[in-house]
Write a protein that binds this ligand. Structure first.
Ligand code: NAP
Length: 281
């Protein structure tokens, strides 16, 4: 059997962060410190953890983390005002609204209020449209992470059949667009897809973005497929059943330690990109 490649996200993440260090130093020489503003609404413990992880990752690298924590009863209007003030704050380069927000808030309206040049998490419809057209500046971070892993490990995608399972606006749809733009032949599957296993059997590359633990089994895969598992479910479990898929795959991301750490690095990278653009445009 050919060597199995474990697509170690920590290695990719460290590489991305290492390259950012020089750029942050150069920005400092120009009097600019990149700044990511995170907005957390309410007190969902997982969201609090995610925001803390992102903020800590910023600070470790010398990026300012401006953390805004709003009450769980915040209205859409109040949230929009907060986002507007961050849009206008020249010291802020990127804005991340932690999702999900409490039910009373119009989440889409809130995302759409983020200025496109600060949409480092790729949540606006303009950002998505630009990504789909192939000139997006900041694709959503998890799709960007998947592409970063593919490039770091030099995985050939041109002309290959990629099957993406999931079509959410932050993950399945944009990663399908990114793969298509890089000349993969893409099938995007969802909860209405008939004969999912038949699609998976055709796949040279499988992207799992379903949100269901151990959903994709090795028996559904073609021998030698490349498996990228974006899933992150309770108990550190991916959307891919690792043991059985490992047997069939030629390359596979672990969970944890696969797509997750690279996603955070892409957020840092996009924030640095956004800071650089304020002095180059
Ligand atoms: P989501 O919004 O819930 O979307 C799930 C998608 O899976 C939907 O498009 C849904 O189809 C599809 N689906 C559900 N059941 C299916 C089935 N039986 N067969 C085929 N497709 C099915 O989830 P998400 O936000 O994209 O997240 C997906 C996973 O990625 C989750 O595990 C999440 O935790 C993880 N995630 C990880 C990161 C990271 O940094 N690693 C970041 C974001 C998300 P319909 O559209 O038809 O409903």
């Amino acid at each position: 059997m050919a060597d199995k490649l474990i697509l170690d996200g920590q290695v990719v993440s460290n590489d991305v962060k290492q390259k950012l260090k020089n750029r942050i130093t150069k920005l400092a020489d120009a009097g600019v410190t990149p700044c990511l503003a995170t907005i957390l609404v309410g007190d969902d413990p997982s969201s609090e953890t995610y925001v803390r992880m992102k903020g800590n990752a910023c600070e470790k690298l010398g990026i300012i983390s401006k953390r805004i924590h709003l009450d769980k009863d915040t209205t859409t209007e109040q949230l929009l005002e907060t986002i507007q003030s961050l849009n206008e704050d020249q010291a802020v380069h990127g804005i991340l609204l932690q999702h999900p927000v409490p039910n009373q808030i119009d989440e889409r309206k809130a995302f759409e209020t983020i200025a496109i040049e600060k949409d480092v998490d790729g949540v606006t419809s303009i950002g998505y449209g630009q990504t789909a057209f192939g000139f997006g500046v900041y694709p959503s971070c998890t799709p960007a992470a998947i592409m970063q892993i593919i490039d770091y490990f030099d995985i050939d995608i041109e002309g290959k059949h990629a099957v993406v399972v999931g079509r959410s606006p932050i993950l399945g749809k944009p990663v399908s667009a990114l793969l298509l733009n890089r000349n993969a032949t893409v099938t995007t599957c969802h909860s209405y897809t008939e004969n999912l296993n038949q699609h998976l059997k055709q796949a040279d590359i499988v992207v799992a973005a379903v949100g269901k633990p151990n959903f994709i089994k090795g028996s559904s895969l073609k021998e030698g497929a490349v498996v990228l598992d974006a899933g992150y479910n309770k108990g550190n479990i991916g959307d891919v059943e690792y043991e059985s898929c490992y047997e069939k795959a030629s390359a596979i991301t672990p969970v944890p330690g696969g797509v997750g750490p690279v996603t955070i690095s892409m957020l840092l990278k996009h924030t640095v990109d956004a800071a650089e653009r304020t002095i180059t445009i």
